[in-house]
Design a binder for this molecule. Structure first.
Ligand code: 2NL
Length: 318
């Protein structure tokens, strides 16, 4: 029974760089001219036979019932291939999508590179308006920029389709934020839009209360605070009762009992005008949330940068 080592010794003896076959080859130049090709061919044939014989021996060593040959310890733990999994942002995004899909929303996607019309003008954010600062994003050249919200996709849908519209738009967005534990120049957003006759603020409240309960648990309370967005009127910031302390007050909620999770409002009539809908005929609700923020709250992650560093020890935990 040959061991792998003795087989390797045989290989080196015959086929190695200084082996017997190489020595034969080295004598070729000394032969008469007409014999050279004949002998060279013979040597090559011989080499091939040796190679084949060694390969066959090797095969015999690794296959067959190794247990009987006494080489394998069957009590050793097996080896597994590393299993892949979804990134925590992808997981959270899928969860958000599934909730809205179950409520009859469709999912729409669009380009990350946009024009000023879709990113600003159509959303009632005029060139010189101060509210543009928060969204003023990365320009590739004049009038070509990375979108700062996925509302751009909603504008594209409204341009193409008539109400009723009920859709969510997940995707990457870009903002001029300095990176720290809770900010990133790139994050993922899910925006939602519902447009029809007689969509009311109560629909918005009902929809988002239902969403927060499905996402964070049945006992989650929802609170709407007045706010401002250029594309909605009225606008609200939406808080949920703290999922750590259930509203009693703790470090995570800065002892307020509440956590801010999304922005929302009724679609500003000027947005409808920009896409050619009649604001007298239709009303709409809209909302937007940062997926990273939702994932951080849900999984208790304290630094947004962990999502993008791709440290396998972090990613393995989800
Ligand atoms: C946020 C808050 C929000 C919207 C997004 C929207 C879109 C259209 C019309 C009106 Cl087409 N509104 N989207 C409304 C309110 C808030 O996002 O920045 N969350 C990360």
């Amino acid at each position: 029974m040959e061991s792998a080592d003795s087989l390797e010794a045989v290989r080196i003896k015959y086929l190695g760089r200084k082996g017997l076959m190489a020595a034969l080859m080295a004598r070729l130049p000394g032969l008469p001219k007409e014999e050279k090709p004949v002998v060279g061919k013979e040597i090559n044939l011989l080499k091939a036979r040796i190679q084949k014989a060694i390969a066959e021996k090797k095969e015999g060593q690794s296959s067959g019932p190794a247990r009987e040959k006494g080489r394998a310890d069957v009590t050793m733990p097996g080896t597994w291939p590393e299993e892949g999994r979804a990134h925590p942002i992808t997981k959270t995004l899928n969860e958000i999508n599934d909730i809205f899909i179950s409520l009859g929303f469709s999912v729409a996607e669009g380009p990350e590179i946009e024009s000023e019309f879709y990113n600003f003008e159509a959303l009632n954010i005029p060139l010189e308006h101060p509210s543009r600062d928060a969204f003023d994003t990365f320009y590739l050249k004049d009038d070509v920029l990375l979108r700062s919200h996925t509302s751009t996709v909603q504008i594209r849908i409204m341009e193409k389709q008539k109400p009723p519209i009920q859709a969510i738009m997940p995707g990457r967005v870009y903002r001029p934020d300095a990176v720290d534990a809770s900010h990133s120049f790139m994050f993922h957003q899910v925006e939602g839009l519902m447009v029809d006759k007689n969509i009311r603020f109560s629909d918005l409240k009902g929809l988002l209360s239902l969403f927060t309960k499905r996402m964070f648990g049945e006992n989650t309370k929802t609170k709407f605070r007045p706010s401002f967005f250029p594309f909605t009127e009225p606008s609200a910031e939406v808080d949920i009762s703290c999922i750590i302390c259930a509203g009693r007050g703790c470090r995570v909620c800065s002892h307020t009992g509440w956590l801010e999770i999304l922005g929302a409002g009724m679609v500003n009539p000027r947005v409808f005008e920009a896409v050619g809908y009649s604001p007298r005929k239709y009303t709409g609700l809209a909302f937007g949330m940062g997926v990273e923020r939702i994932a951080m709250l849900k999984y208790g992650i304290s630094d947004i940068r962990l999502f993008f560093e791709n440290d396998i020890r972090f990613l393995k935990q989800f």
